[in-house]
Design a protein around this ligand. Sequence first.
Ligand code: AVJ
Length: 355
Amino acid sequence: MDAFFASPEQQICRTLLEAYSGHGSTIIRGSSETDPLQDFARSTASGLVSAPRRLECRFLYDAEGSALFERVTQQPEYYLTRTETSILAANAACIRELTGPVTLVELGSGSSAKTDFLLRAWLEQGERVCYVPVDVSESALSGACSAITAKYPRVRVIGVNYDFREAFSLISKLSPTLVLLLGSTIGNFSPQEMSRFFMTLSGAMTPGDGFLLGIDLVKDRSLLEAAYNDAAGVTANFTRNIFARMNRELGSAIDTDAIEHVATYDRVKEQIEIYARFTRQQTFLLAPLGRQFAIPPGDMVQIEISRKFRLERVLPYLEEFGFSTEEIFTDERNWFALLLLRRRPRYYSARGRGR
Ligand code: AVJ
């Protein structure tokens, strides 16, 4: 009865708690309140008129985009996934020892491939393991959930098909948890978005909960640019796919052969910036809105940023949000870091909100 009045988030929490005691894997789908095509069309329209023109990177991950991203992670130049996986493989048991038998909640879980090492470490220490992957990509999420259930029947898997920025109330319900945000996904956020994200996450976490954060570190420009300009051109196709998706879903009629992938490192902002540059004039049709946008030749549309971090700055910054550093895991070249953080019992935020 009262489900009628409950917010989508409240409904999801209820479903989740019911699913918690079950077996195998369950998938909770995103709220039906927002029409996904309207959402995509509106976001595209507002992005195309902003300066610089930009798109939200969450739309990169439809079924095709998620499959292309998996291929990106296998390219020899893309060191991030390989490096992070090796750090996880070497330290999963230690992480489990430091956190205890907590529920694993992974934000932006994708294929969940890297999480395998954590699941094994958890299973070695206990009977029942609960894993809650949260991802916008329905295809990646359902693939990951069934693969884990087939491989590890003792893991209770509850997939949540949500933009992870809308899944905070789950986190508070599932404590004690280890929240995972791997792959330097946080690097996609602008500084303001990142601060807002950490503020909300910290507010949703219970004191004592763990947070495992994967961050790509500042390094030589040539290594960074190579990682986002692989020789096989897979990253370029990943960029083109967001426009191919517009063609498929929004009837946009964009000539994807007129798209050049541009990825450069900004040394001042310490970020990779990825753009699509149009070599010919384009008219973007957005059928769900009945609107169209002209893009002149040579114009660029920003697809995503990928920020790079320095430990000496990021650790005190995280402290401001009530996250204290328990352990820093890194590789021998210091290319990537996994931070094991803990939500402090109380903190007084320099940014206003203390709790
Ligand atoms: C999934 C956001 C971590 O920034 O390295 C990889 C996305 N884009 N190549 C990254 C991406 C192009 C990736 N993240």
